[in-house]
Design a protein around this ligand. Structure first.
Ligand code: UDP
Length: 255
């Protein structure tokens, strides 16, 4: 991704999703995360320019950092600690957005930017490290769920099929500026842990562990823009999405 990319023949569109996205991964690979967000974005933009292809950047709610505006709408500039451990992901994606807009403005490249909020579904890695795979696999093993901090921080979880539908609609639209795609149904991590224990019948309870540095205290997408421009909103409730996701983890764990 960070070297020159040569592809034979025409390309209609390039979708740049390459990056670690789990905090555990980008804390383990900080330099690679910065490189793929910066150099990888430059190389894929260069390829799109050479081919006259449409370009979609997968950005993130992390561009809002630990937000001081709630819920987060696209015109909020964010509250990011550039030198904290999470900064490697947040700043790489912020740079990627800046680079994408510069290619649009300077070279007339046909670009899209999706800001993806917390997403889950089948085929996530068991050891992904993010909260959904952690909690489901802990619950299915009959272990206590590891809640970081006091669990009062909030997140809003979107089922993967809804996310894909939103991204496809954005790709096919003519909106150049960033669009949030996520599910506005917000809850605390403690509430989420209780829901997972209830849905899996896990009686092992909860174990509290230290909160990671700069862990955002709240997160909820304002999806007014996606509703207006793309006619999109999520359709799959958290309970329904979890009913589709839990059996996948049960099978992968051999339970
Ligand atoms: N979290 C937790 N226990 C875990 C994994 C994550 O309490 O085993 C918390 C984490 O501190 C954060 C939230 O769950 O507040 C979501 O974390 P995740 O790693 O899924 O992604 P983030 O939204 O922070 O990028």
């Amino acid at each position: 991704m960070t070297n020159y990319i040569f592809i034979d023949g025409p390309l209609d569109a390039i979708l740049h999703f390459a990056s670690p996205a789990s905090p555990v991964d980008y804390l383990r690979y900080p330099i690679q995360t910065l490189k793929v967000g910066a150099l990888g974005t430059h190389k894929t933009l260069g390829l799109a320019k050479a081919k006259g292809a449409r370009y979609l950047l997968a950005s993130t709610s992390e561009v809002y950092g630990d937000p001081l505006v709630h819920p987060q709408s696209e015109d909020y500039w964010g509250n990011v600690n550039p030198i904290g451990p999470r900064g490697v992901y947040d700043e790489a994606k912020r740079f990627a957005e800046a680079m994408t807009m510069a290619y649009h403005r300077s070279h007339g490249l046909d670009t899209r930017i999706v800001r993806i909020f917390n997403t889950y579904g089948p085929r996530m890695r068991i050891n992904d490290g993010r909260v959904v795979p952690n909690f489901i696999s802990q619950a299915l093993r009959g272990e206590p769920l590891t809640v970081y901090g006091d669990g009062s921080q909030t997140r809003s979880f979107c089922y993967v099929d809804d996310l894909i539908d939103g991204i496809y609609r954005l790709l096919m639209s003519d909106e150049v500026e960033p669009v949030n795609i996520g599910n506005p149904h917000e809850m605390t991590i403690l509430q989420f842990a209780e829901l997972i224990n209830e849905m899996t019948g896990n009686t092992a309870g909860i174990r509290f562990e230290p909160l990671p540095v700069d862990d955002p205290k709240v997160r909820q997408p304002d999806i007014t823009k996606a509703r207006r421009i793309l006619g999109w909103e999520p359709k799959i409730s958290l309970e329904e999405g979890l009913r589709r996701t839990i059996p996948y983890f049960r099978e992968r764990l051999g339970l």
